[in-house]
Structure formats: structure tokens, C-alpha cells
Design a protein around this ligand. Structure first.
Ligand code: HEM
Length: 180
């Protein structure tokens, strides 16, 4: 059996993650990285970023599980099999990249001793910069890959909606899921 739309939980988490991801990307690249680690404001910015990052990663994992356990709409087919394959790969890439973003963020925080600084452990302080840490390099590279993948994803959705006019957007909207 196929559904007309994704499950309510998948739809809600899709839009929630989309908004939160854009916000985390913009704040991460324009604000967080520009605050020096010896600025007292840095730890507050990190706290906010880490909580937000954990939520995004958790929502993405919950969404993946919900999708695996639900009855979903059939894969979109166009007249171009290669394009359809790329579309499916972009979706898988988004799950993998967002989860990698969360894991690399956690890696930076643990290697740099951020939890001790947040908890106020005596003598704990942030390193001069996070740039020497391998997970920091990964976090920066994965951020760029996510941006590129999200652009591809949005362009593909607009192509379906505006050029192919197959009303793809209804699959990711709340409403009746099955034909009577
Ligand atoms: C999906 C979730 C996340 C997104 C979208 C995200 C986004 C970003 C972005 C865009 C940057 C700037 C990268 C650059 O321009 O090179 C950044 C930096 C950073 N993020 Fe995340 N992040 C996420 C999760 C996390 C988590 C869970 C943690 C920690 C537990 C974390 C800790 C950090 C740290 C420590 C930096 C470096 C700040 C600096 O260099 O001063 N991130 N993040």
C-alpha cells in the first residue's frame, strides 16, 4: 500500500529541521566562528549552538526512524531515471551529512573540553582556537556539503513543482494520507 503523503510526524519534523538547519548554518558561519574563544560571550554562543545542534541531529534521527516505520508515498518517477536516482541519493546524503554534523560537533566539544567549561570546572578554559582539531575541520567541510545539498534539494523540489507541475509539495504537507 502507498500513501498520498508522508506521515504527520515526518512532515512536521521535515519543516522543523529545515528551519532550524538554515538558522544554525547562518548563525554558525556569520556569528559563532567570528567570536574569539577568549571572549566571555563565546561560551554562551556555544551553549546555544550546541543545544540547537543536538536538537537538529536528534530530530533528523527520529525522522529517519519514523520514515522507516511508516507507509510512505511511492518514489517520484520522471522521464529521466538518472535524475530520479540522483534525487534519492540527495535525500540519503542529507540524513548522513546532518548526522555527521552533529557527531563532528560533539567531537569538537569533547576534545576541546567544552563541557568542563560550561559546568564551571575549576581551571577549565577554552583552547585559543578549535582549528587544530580534526572534527573542527570535518564540521566546516560538512557544513559546506550540507549547504550545497540543500540547494540541490530545493532546486529539485521547485523543478518538480513549477516545471513538471506534479504538485510534489503536497507529499510533504499535512492532510489525508490514504485514498478512501
Ligand atoms: C546539525 C547540527 C549542526 C549544524 C547545522 C552546525 C553548524 C555549524 C556551522 C555552520 C559552523 C561554522 C562552520 C564553519 O564556518 O567552518 C559550526 C561551528 C561549530 N559548531 Fe556546529 N553545527 C551543528 C551541531 C553542533 C554540535 C552538536 C556541536 C557541539 C556539541 C557543535 C559545535 C560547534 C563548534 C564548537 C563550532 C566551532 C566554532 C568556532 O570555530 O569558533 N555544532 N557549526
Amino acid at each position: 500500500m502507498n500513501a498520498l503523503r508522508y506521515s504527520n510526524i515526518s512532515v512536521i519534523l521535515h519543516w522543523l529541521v529545515a528551519i532550524m538547519l538554515v538558522f544554525a548554518m547562518v548563525m554558525g558561519t556569520t556569528s559563532l566562528v567570528n567570536i574569539p574563544n577568549d571572549d566571555p560571550e563565546k561560551i554562551n554562543a556555544l551553549k546555544g549552538h550546541m543545544i540547537f545542534g543536538f536538537l537538529i541531529t536528534t530530530f533528523m534521527i527520529v525522522r529517519l526512524i519514523a520514515k522507516m516505520k511508516s507507509i510512505n508515498p511511492p518514489p517520484m518517477v520522471t522521464d529521466n531515471a538518472l535524475r530520479d536516482k540522483i534525487g534519492a541519493s540527495v535525500h540519503s546524503a542529507l540524513y548522513i551529512l546532518v548526522i555527521l554534523m552533529g557527531l563532528s560537533g560533539l567531537g569538537i566539544a569533547l576534545l576541546a573540553g567544552v563541557p568542563d567549561v560550561i559546568l564551571g570546572v575549576e581551571g577549565a578554559s577554552l583552547p585559543e582556537t578549535f582549528n587544530e582539531l580534526l572534527p573542527r575541520l570535518a564540521h566546516g567541510v560538512v557544513a559546506k556539503l550540507i549547504m550545497a545539498t540543500v540547494v540541490l534539494h530545493v532546486v529539485a523540489a521547485l523543478y518538480h513543482q513549477l516545471i513538471l507541475k506534479d504538485n510534489i509539495i503536497t507529499r510533504m504537507a499535512l492532510g489525508k494520507r490514504f485514498k478512501d
